[in-house]
Design a protein around this ligand. Structure first.
Ligand SMILES: [Ca+2]
Length: 164
């Protein structure tokens, strides 16, 4: 084998190694996008219910009340004809073991938050749930109030270890 042939073989080996590495990088990038970027399809339910009734409905006919890990996930919510959101329940509830922490109905503490100005304020001490308002910001209200709501059909391809 001449020197140039050896060099050629080395180049080919080096190239295929790089191709394998690239495959892994692409795979990992896709995994991250799935975890951070796409929770599922959100559905608006116009009927006004208490938070618990809305949760029960979403769990029966969809995955759960809607939850979010980014602003772009909020942008996916169906909007009214005027381009605004109809105020409605999302899966947010105050952690009964830590009054300053919030959890998603689907499980786990929130990792992303989008509270409106001066919210959550727990006005009257009974605001243990939250609605999303016309502009996508959240505000805590009493769970016994009646609101329309948002359910999510979670993407079945989402890895099970996601914290939602
Ligand atoms: Ca409030």
């Amino acid at each position: 084998m001449t020197l140039s042939e050896e060099t050629a073989t080395e180049n080919i080996l080096s190239f295929s190694y790089r191709a394998v590495t690239m495959d892994r990088i692409i795979f990992l990038v896709c995994l991250c996008v799935a975890v951070e970027g796409d929770i599922g399809k959100h559905v608006f339910i116009e009927n006004k219910e208490t938070w618990s009734s809305a949760q029960a409905y979403c769990r029966q006919y969809h995955t759960d009340l809607s939850f979010f890990n980014s602003q772009s996930e909020i942008e996916k919510l169906p909007r009214a004809a005027d381009g605004n959101l109809v105020p409605g329940w999302i899966g947010l509830y105050r952690d009964p073991n830590n009054k300053t922490a919030w959890k998603w109905s689907g499980g786990g503490h929130i990792t992303f938050q989008n509270w409106a100005d001066r919210q959550p304020d727990n006005s009257g001490g009974t605001e243990n749930n939250a609605v999303i308002t016309w502009n996508g910001l959240w505000t805590d209200v009493s769970g016994s109030d009646f609101y329309s709501f948002y359910c999510v059909d979670k993407d079945p391809n989402l890895p099970k270890y996601t914290s939602f």
